[in-house]
Design a protein. Structure first.
Length: 123
């Protein structure tokens, strides 16, 4: 068994109509889909995901996304007008990202399962 990883351009993470951002060819991340993680990791995140709702604080939401990013984002390559933008490791860094990108990360990382044909072959 191999756990696959996928290179995804940032332009595929944000909505198609996010015309306020322009990404270069070097703007991408390498992800390991969330559901390829060990079940114990998914279960602990699942409890937190189930609790997400109207009463979730911004701090809880930020912490959850940062934890998911830590588990799923293997590489992060993003350039801004002042140089490289490192992978966010704090809530402040996460919330310094453009709102459309920050808002797209959670749904992307919690639903992305890869692209292309299923490589599993029956024998």
């Amino acid at each position: 068994m191999e756990i696959r990883k996928f290179t995804v351009p940032f332009s595929e993470i944000v909505p198609e109509d996010a015309s306020e951002l322009s990404f270069g060819s070097g703007d991408y991340l390498v992800v390991r889909p969330l559901f390829s993680r060990p079940s114990t990791d998914i279960r602990s995140l699942g409890v937190r995901l189930d609790a997400v709702g109207e009463k979730t604080t911004d701090e809880e939401s930020d912490a959850l996304l940062l934890d998911i990013m830590e588990q799923c984002v293997l590489e992060w390559h993003l350039d801004g007008p002042d140089g490289a933008i490192p992978v966010p490791k704090t809530a402040a860094a996460l919330n310094a990202l453009p709102a459309v990108l920050r808002g797209s990360l959670f749904p992307f990382l919690t639903s992305y399962r890869g692209k292309g044909p299923n490589p599993t072959t029956g024998s």
